[in-house]
Design a protein. Structure first.
Length: 434
């Protein structure tokens, strides 16, 4: 059988099954990789070679730290202390909680952020007797926009950055300012359309609510402090690793910047480290490994190059149209299918595209694609993993959001954010700052 056809068919079937969410996505990704080997598209050694171990290492290190923080009660503590500072005002909570998810998602997995914030938001809204759905959707929208700001904020950024040679500071400098403006516009829209609904229905037991002690949410003070210190050091190393390599001649590659603080923290935790290790999201890591192999099959057989050639020939004389197509195409596609496999496919396309055309530069194509992929994931409940987590958390609490209600609020907010990003990417291209 023709290896090109086999790799394409296996890739498409894998994509479709992942999108339906009927079967565990990790199982499907690995099955796809194994079938590529069985049908001799490539060898096992070739398959392993297509795995970006830098990406796996960075995610693993961050997962260790986030597991410690979540296990110690960090997210619950943060939400409760913030609500207290805001005097439990529904209006203030509606504005501030999404800002917190925006900030947190820039530095840690948005899945973990929303796993805790969706549940806490529901409970807090129940006590304050307000509808939790608009706030939860707004939190997810801002979390996905915030995730676009940094290398570690969203899995698509990790893939695009490390496979194409861009680091933490690159994303912060170029995507960071754009996401702040886009996030402000999206939050402003969500607040304006829901401002009349953000009010209590019935008597609110404020005395009972005020008795809640945020400090009681911390289940392990040692783990809490160790997690925060490790997190701080990971961020510092991620922002300074290039200077450390250049001036101190220490080979501090990106994965080590997160793994070193994580494993040092585990050593100091002693036997408690076992509790943290079992809570690491290994399924996501395995999913990435399988996915790298499946998409690697397209690269191995030349399918990616054909796609890159087509895009190059279509937009070779119109770089502005190319940037807009990358952003909006990525955004819309990510609203329909999981943005992680899509980002991996685009990493190969952009890599090949950069070899064919000189204008626009690879860097600005990466910024346009990452913004579109991350923000476009907001369009539907299945567009990004954070959406699925929040949607499921609400269902477990007996509250069904529904696709209609999700799209009604998230889609206009996301389109406004993408319009802002498109304009600012265009400005960056015109002034040559990319």
């Amino acid at each position: 059988m023709n290896p090109v056809i086999v790799s394409l068919v296996i890739f498409l079937i894998t994509y479709i099954i992942i999108a339906t969410e009927k079967v565990n996505r990790t199982v499907i990704a690995f099955l796809g990789a194994l079938l590529l080997i069985v049908f001799k598209v490539f060898t096992l050694e070739d398959a392993i070679g297509y795995v970006s171990w830098e990406t796996i290492g960075l995610l693993f290190g961050m997962f260790i730290i986030v597991a410690a923080l979540s296990d110690s009660g960090f997210f619950t503590y943060l939400a409760l202390i913030t609500a207290r500072m805001l005097k439990y005002s529904p209006m203030k909570i509606f504005l501030v909680f999404p800002i917190i998810t925006f900030l947190l998602s820039g530095f840690m997995d948005s899945i973990t952020v929303m796993l805790f914030f969706a549940t806490l938001t529901f409970e807090l809204c129940r006590m304050l007797k307000i509808d939790p759905i608009p706030l939860v959707i707004t939190e997810v929208v801002l979390a996905n926009i915030g995730g676009a700001a940094t290398l570690v904020g969203d899995p698509p950024n990790v893939i695009l950055g490390l496979k194409l040679g861009f680091f933490f500071n690159d994303f912060v400098v170029h995507n960071g300012p754009i996401t702040i403006v886009a996030g402000a516009v999206a939050l402003g829209y969500c607040f304006l359309v829901n401002r009349k609904k953000i009010k209590a229905v019935g008597d609110v037991p404020l005395d009972e609510i005020k008795k809640m002690d945020p400090a009681a949410a911390i289940t392990d003070k040692k783990e809490f402090k160790a997690g925060l210190i490790a997190f701080a050091f990971a961020v510092i190393l991620l922002t300074t690793h290039t200077y450390i390599e250049q001036y101190l001649h220490i080979p501090l590659i990106v994965p080590l910047a997160s793994m070193l603080p994580g494993f040092i923290m585990l050593v100091f935790m002693g036997k408690k480290a076992e509790k943290i290790i079992v809570k690491i999201d290994y399924e996501v890591i395995l999913f990435f490994i399988g996915l790298f192999m499946v998409v690697g099959g397209l690269e191995h057989t030349g399918v990616i190059k054909v796609i890159a050639d087509f895009v190059s020939n279509t937009f070779k004389d119109n770089p502005v149209a190319l940037l807009s197509t990358l952003m909006w195409g990525s955004g819309i596609a990510s609203g329909v299918i999981d943005n992680v496999p899509f980002a991996l496919s685009m990493a190969y396309v952009l890599g090949d595209l950069a070899k064919i055309i000189a204008v626009p530069a690879l860097s600005i194509m990466v910024w346009a694609t990452s913004l579109g992929t991350d923000i476009g994931g907001n369009l539907t409940p299945i567009g990004a993993s954070a959406n699925v987590v929040a949607y499921s958390a609400m269902e477990k609490k007996g509250t069904i959001i529904g696709w209609g209600r999700w799209i009604k609020l998230a889609m206009p907010a996301s389109f406004l954010a993408l319009i802002v990003c498109n304009i600012l990417i265009y400005v960056k291209y015109i002034v040559g700052w990319y």
